[in-house]
Design a protein around this ligand. Structure first.
Ligand code: F0G
Length: 452
């Protein structure tokens, strides 16, 4: 059989609520045209994020009942620790309430003001946590990543020559760690090859700089390596994931993505002294080292999710269903980041709406219109999110794991293609109010003056 199906059946359902376009117009105005400010009940298909939005499995719900809520020495922690150690090979496993907490603990322990942290592309919380320490977050994506229509298989790669040049220019002492994000979320959900990770390992070893993975979507990255990198077709996702982790000195992880959990994260490394410093910080804000801000049941749900995500049937379905959305809108004339990656399809809003200048946020304009037209919530990943650091003006359609079926995606395809037929009528936005950090969450917008 050629048809790839959802590798699960549905046991519990959550009804969707419908709104009219007229109602959505009012809601948009009330939200200051910021989709983060909508109530979720007013959204029909919620593609804002794939983070914390997964449907948990029966085994995960069963594990929730098994959770050991002891303050210290919980069995749930030891179950999680074993799964994480088997997968990553790292000695220290420090649980945190989500990925950004792992980032804060890591960067507070490693970074000093004036230092530089390179990454293929920093996610917004990663960048913000580095900059909060007074250090600078530097994006070094490969050249191909700048061209959304280029079909390079590993557009998530970091520019290794650029990395080495930076280290030589600034001196290794100024660079407390190098990070690589797998898959590269802000760069279009694109995978990083093992060859690239090996090259980063070689460079960082030579200059004695710690190398960390931001491993949120490690399993999707492993599957894309299996499909695209010569020599890996016959390896299991677990073997590939293990090889990825074996190249790094540590990782940060948000369990809200590839672990199918609704909350959680962890920080890993092999450095005893550093881990001790991190655990002291952890206790200050997250909690005791065997729960790190989570309930015991959350730790168990993560442990089970980390095993489930590596099942080949799941990963094949996941990547094929993301590509299904991508191909259908791209064939209908909507420019996407090619080729489709793991957790999301990214529309190149800059290319789709060339009449809207960057400073009027084409990605935001498209997000607003897609909600107004069809009740679909997506997120801008461009100048609203990153300001001047933005490389591209993208709209991300993130696909929650195991949540929507193919007919939901067909509805989405129809909505996007309808908006595409009248794209010239869309106008830009300007910011009315914004906070100094992570402005996309709370900024208020209004339609730009003088738009047609
Ligand atoms: N790193 C990457 C690559 C991410 O995508 C995220 C979160 C984080 C770190 C932070 O993890 O949310 O658990 O604190 N990304 C979500 C998203 C929010 O929508 O892409 P967190």
């Amino acid at each position: 059989m050629k048809t790839i199906i959802e590798p699960f059946r549905i046991k519990s359902v959550e009804p969707l609520t419908y709104t009219t376009p007229a109602r959505r117009e009012v809601l948009l105005q009330e939200a200051g045209y910021n989709l983060f400010k909508l109530r979720a009940v007013d959204v029909l298909l919620d593609l804002l994020t794939d983070s914390g939005t997964s449907a948990m499995s029966t085994e995960q719900w069963a594990a929730i009942m098994r959770g050991d809520e002891s303050y210290a020495g919980s069995e749930s922690f030891f179950r999680l620790k074993k799964v994480v150690q088997d997968l990553t090979g790292f000695r220290h496993v420090i649980p945190t309430h989500q990925g950004r907490a792992a980032e804060r603990v890591l960067f507070s322990s490693l970074c000093k003001p004036g230092q530089l942290v390179p990454n293929n592309t920093h996610f917004d919380t990663t960048r913000a946590n580095i900059e909060f320490m007074g250090a600078k977050a530097i994006d070094l994506p490969v050249g191909e990543a700048g061209y959304t229509q280029a079909r390079f298989p590993f557009k998530g790669n970091i520019d290794v020559e650029g990395l080495e040049a930076l280290i030589k220019r600034e001196g290794p002492g100024r660079i407390p760690l190098v990070m690589v994000t797998v898959t590269n979320n802000s760069g279009g959900g694109q995978p990083v090859s093992l060859a690239n990770l090996k090259a980063v390992r070689d460079v960082t070893k030579r200059y004695e700089i710690p190398f960390y993975l931001d491993a949120c979507r490690f399993a999707e990255n492993a599957w894309l390596i299996k499909e695209r990198e010569p020599g890996y077709a016959d390896k299991s996702p677990r073997e590939i994931a293990r090889e990825m982790f074996s190249l790094a000195d540590g990782c940060t992880f948000s369990a809200k993505k590839d672990a199918f959990a609704n909350i959680g994260g962890f920080l890993c490394n092999n450095d005893d002294l550093l881990a001790e410093r991190e655990l002291n910080l952890l206790i200050l804000t997250e909690g005791f080292p065997t729960y790190g801000g989570l309930a015991g049941r959350d730790l168990d749900a993560i442990a089970v999710g980390l095993e489930e995500v590596l099942q080949p049937e799941y990963l094949e379905y996941r990547i094929v269903s993301t590509a299904y959305l991508g191909r259908h809108i791209a064939d209908g004339g909507v420019p996407i980041v090619e080729p489709p990656g793991g957790h999301a399809i990214y529309i190149d809003a800059g290319l789709m709406l060339p009449h809207i200048p960057r400073h009027q946020f084409p990605g935001q304009a498209l997000a607003v219109e897609l909600y107004r037209h069809a009740g679909v919530r997506s997120v801008e990943i461009g100048s609203v999110m990153f300001g001047d650091a933005a490389h591209l003006e993208l709209l991300r359609l993130a696909i929650p794991r195991r949540v929507y079926t193919q007919s939901h995606i067909d509805y989405l395809v129809e909505a996007i293609l309808e908006v595409n037929t009248r794209k010239k009528e869309l106008g830009g936005f300007e910011i009315v109010e914004a906070p100094p950090f992570l402005r996309h969450f709370t900024a208020k917008f209004r339609p730009a003056e003088g738009r047609s």
